[in-house]
Design a protein around this ligand. Structure first.
Ligand code: ASP
Length: 586
């Protein structure tokens, strides 16, 4: 037997027991004639004592243990003289009577401590060592508990977990595909699924009624902190449902997760906010509603005072940073620099402070007299001590997005984005289409299988850009944690959708014929959603990047630095696939 107990298990009432433990050497300390070893495994750390008086040879071996050696010890549990209240096993120690080195270790490239001295790249290269660190391991454990709770909840609601293939066909809509050459079908390629969207819809046609899958999805997109080329979705679909049926079911799941994992009881229904309102008041389709600071449109208030920037603007909006009138000139300059950063791209920022006596002082006092500034104060609902920040621009949506970045930054600076506070909502009524400059055509904002809102269907013929979708996103603390829609189940409507998206009938048939064919054989009304598992876990763990909750993540260039992938393949593999490379000069 390798062990009788784990390293996190023994307590005071085990005193006197003979035990065998196995694990990794965290630390060796010599004190007088004694050697102390912190022995670690997944469950915790136990202090092992080697005592010169009882066995000098044993102590000598212990003295030569290095960090991360894998050892097995036997010994007696004793109560500690100096207890460690910070450790679960801090009341006891093991007086060792035997020690076996199961495997020595080279000196690890970084310390396996909560705060490691390893930089990002090193930690990723030796991810198996990084995963020994408690905070990283805890994220992986959290992920496990969350997937178990997801399964428990969905099973209790009658969902079937069904796998769909990983080798599928390439589809032109959405992101870029990862493709896989087929040796048996030379010159032909599979694609890895961006999501099992059409397959889960086909399962509904099969009568499976309620499906889910915790599934890897692949998108060849540029990467950001909350994106990985492969990521995991909790993918779901239901038949005979309206939007409320779907959102109720998955709001229920969100509440279940909050209760079981975080011990948080979320009261009441999640509000539903229209996309139009989200853009108007927050400049974002995933507003962080932990704090208010809503946009106020200031076109009427600020125009017509001779200030050219505002007079020529298509949009002027302000936010009220409550209590921030104490901001110094330096802080305000830093905010201006913030909005001018290329990622945000604004031209500038106007501010107005409400002073203790109620007077308003602004950076554009030259153009606005006190009476005009009082109007501004009123419009912004501002009080003494508040700081009003105003942005303008000639493109409404673009300016709102810039103001949104400023709002988030102010929320951060004012401590309003507490990671332990949760604000959940649904954003609904997204536009069905968005114009793509790149493609010069309308694209589906969600995906082409999304059902338009019933009352907007007539607009498909007259004003498609105005059509709203029966789609919904769940947003928590400014993170889109999931989204879905009611789907089209009518072959003709689906055909029409493809037409609006610029597919010729032939192209639509070639790409999606299987789906439209299936719709001819009794497709039930259906809808669903997918949650981003990685985002849920990082939200619950309070992480800034989804990478930390993935066992083996890729870096920002999409590389696995541990496996050194992607990498060239052998000539004979290329030969078998009948593929010739034609690499362009970098
Ligand atoms: N397949 C969609 C996505 O990946 C989610 C859904 O509509 O269910 O975004």
């Amino acid at each position: 037997m390798y062990r009788t107990h784990t390293c996190g298990e023994l307590r005071k009432n085990d005193v006197g027991a003979s035990v065998t433990l196995a694990g990794w050497v965290q630390r060796v300390r010599k004190m007088g004639g004694m050697t102390f070893v912190d022995l670690r495994d997944r469950y915790g750390i136990t202090q092992i004592v080697f005592n010169n008086e009882s066995d000098a040879t044993l102590n000598e071996v212990a003295n030569h243990l290095g960090r991360e050696y894998v050892i097995q010890i036997t010994g007696k549990v004793e109560e500690r003289q100096s207890k460690n209240p910070h450790m679960d096993t801090g009341d006891i120690e093991i007086i060792a009577d035997s020690l076996k080195v199961l495997n020595p270790s080279e000196v690890p490239p970084f310390t396996i401590e909560d705060n490691s001295d390893g930089g990002d790249d090193l930690r990723m290269k030796y991810r198996y060592l990084d995963l020994r660190r408690t905070p990283v391991r805890q994220n992986i454990e959290l992920r496990h508990r969350m997937t178990m709770e997801v399964r428990r909840y969905l099973d209790s609601k009658g969902f079937l977990e069904i796998e769909t293939p990983m080798l599928v066909g390439s589809t032109p809509e959405g992101a870029r595909d990862f493709v896989v050459p087929s040796r048996m079908n030379p010159g032909q390629f599979y694609a890895l699924p961006q999501s099992p969207q059409t397959l889960k819809q086909l399962l509904m046609v099969s009568g499976m009624d309620r499906y889910f899958q915790i599934v890897k999805c692949f998108r060849d997109e540029d990467l950001r902190a909350d994106r990985q080329p492969e990521f995991t979705q909790i993918d779901c679909e239901m038949s005979f449902v309206t939007q409320d049926d779907v959102t109720d079911t998955f709001e229920g799941m969100a509440k279940h997760l909050f209760r079981e994992i975080r011990g948080v009881e979320l009261e009441g229904d999640f509000p539903k906010m229209s996309w139009a309102d989200a853009m108007k008041y927050y400049g974002s389709d995933k507003p962080d509603t932990r704090f208010d600071m809503k946009f106020v449109e200031l076109m009427d208030v600020m125009k017509g005072h001779g200030f050219g920037v505002f007079d020529n603007a298509a949009y002027i909006g302000g936010i009220n940073a409550k209590g921030a009138a104490t901001y110094t000139r330096k802080q305000l300059d830093a905010l201006t620099e913030f909005v001018k950063r290329p990622q945000i791209g604004a031209k500038g920022l106007v501010y107005a402070r409400v002073e203790e006596d109620g007077n308003v002082k602004s950076s554009v006092d030259k153009f606005y007299d006190q009476a005009a500034l009082q109007k501004l104060k009123e419009a912004m609902n501002a009080e003494p001590g508040d700081l009003i920040l105003i942005m303008s621009g000639d493109d409404v949506m673009k300016t709102r997005k810039q103001l949104s970045e400023l709002r988030l930054e102010m929320g951060r600076q004012l401590g309003l984005r507490d990671k332990n506070k949760f604000s959940c909502l649904w954003v609904v009524d997204f536009p069905m289409f968005e114009w793509s400059e790149e493609e010069g055509r309308l694209m589906a904002m969600h995906h082409p299988f999304t059902h338009p809102k019933d009352e907007d269907i007539p607009l498909l013929d007259t004003d498609p850009a105005a059509v709203r979708a029966d789609a919904y996103d769940m947003v928590i603390n400014g993170v889109e944690v999931g989204g879905g829609s009611i789907r089209i189940h009518d072959a003709d409507l689906q055909q029409k959708m493809f037409e609006i998206l610029g597919f010729t009938p032939e192209k639509a048939k070639e790409q999606f014929g299987f789906l439209m064919n299936a719709f001819k054989y009794g497709a039930p009304p259906h809808g669903g959603l997918a949650y981003g598992l990685d985002r849920w876990v990082s939200l619950f763990a309070g992480l800034d990047s989804i990478r930390d909750c993935i066992a083996f993540p890729k870096n920002n260039s999409g590389r696995d630095v541990m496996l050194d992938a992607p990498a060239p393949i052998d000539d004979h593999q290329l030969d078998e696939l009948q593929i010739k490379l034609d690499l362009k000069e970098k």
